[in-house]
Write a protein that binds this ligand. Structure first.
Ligand code: PGA
Length: 256
């Protein structure tokens, strides 16, 4: 039995408009504000962060960004800095596999973003995960350890730090990992966090599963002792489905 409060985060990716973002925030405030024993985070696209911040103010829902640059300010057209985010959100997703795949993100740039975000008090949701080819080649553990060590190099984490284990082959495919696969990978990640920072911090650190989580499979993940919640993409765009996921994550482990 662990004492970690699960955390469920909605990664809206590049979806919603001003209107639908506002509607979704209002609907979620209505449906999950009162759900206890689970931390709830909504991560809209940058243009809607202020709107989410306002719409969710005074509720138990937290706001997160989907990325952040490492410089504080300057001639970096199109980028968004940690101090810009610090007044609007508490969390920031860093190192998502779509950033790694389409935007050249590496362990080194992930590391720079993590450092810069944490220096401004933002809580990272640090994403790692193997590709399908890497899993088939039996390289999952090696890849995860490389991503953890590379991403966290020179960083002192605190207990607010969140890791998301997201196997790339499971993201947006409708083919989730099994609960057991998620538990094994997250156990490995936790052991590595323990060897880097000590067992106490590792036991306090939330490590989510992400990849095709929906209302039908969330129980399988939450039943696993190592899984501390979910990072949800597609299924987070529907208020009723995301609500069901949050409610499932709030149930004590072992109560299915
Ligand atoms: P998905 O995305 O739930 O649509 O698979 C998860 C993620 O990319 O964080």
């Amino acid at each position: 039995m662990n004492h970690r409060t699960p955390i469920v985060a909605a990664n809206w990716k590049m979806h919603t408009t001003v209107r639908t973002a506002a509607e979704l925030c209002r609907a979620l405030r209505e449906s999950i504000d009162n759900v206890k024993s689970v931390e709830k985070v909504v991560c809209p696209p940058f243009p809607f962060l202020a709107l989410a911040h306002q719409t969710l103010a005074g509720s138990s829902l937290k706001v997160g960004a989907q990325n952040v640059f490492w410089e504080e300010k300057g001639a970096f057209t199109g980028e968004v800095s940690p101090p810009m985010l610090a007044d609007l959100c508490e969390y920031v997703i860093i190192g998502h596999s779509e950033r790694r795949k389409y935007f050249g993100e590496t362990d080194e740039t992930v590391n720079r973003r993590l450092k810069a975000a944490m220096a401004k008090g933002l809580r990272p949701i640090f994403c790692i995960g193997e590709t399908g080819d890497e899993r088939q080649a039996g390289r999952t553990n090696e890849v995860l350890l490389r991503q953890v060590r590379g991403g966290l190099a020179g960083i002192e984490i605190t207990s607010g730090f969140v890791v998301a284990y997201e196997p790339v082959w499971a993201i947006g495919t409708g083919v989730p990992a099994t609960g057991e696969m998620a538990n094994d990978a997250i156990g490995l990640i936790r052991r590595e966090v323990a060897s880097l920072y000590g067992g106490e911090l590792a036991q306090a650190t939330r490590i989510q599963y992400g990849g095709s989580v929906d209302g039908a499979n969330i129980d399988e993940f939450m039943a696993e002792p190592e899984v501390d919640g979910a990072l949800v993409g597609g299924a987070s765009l529907k208020a009723d489905v995301f609500t069901a996921i949050v409610e499932a994550a709030a149930r004590p482990k072992g109560v299915g």
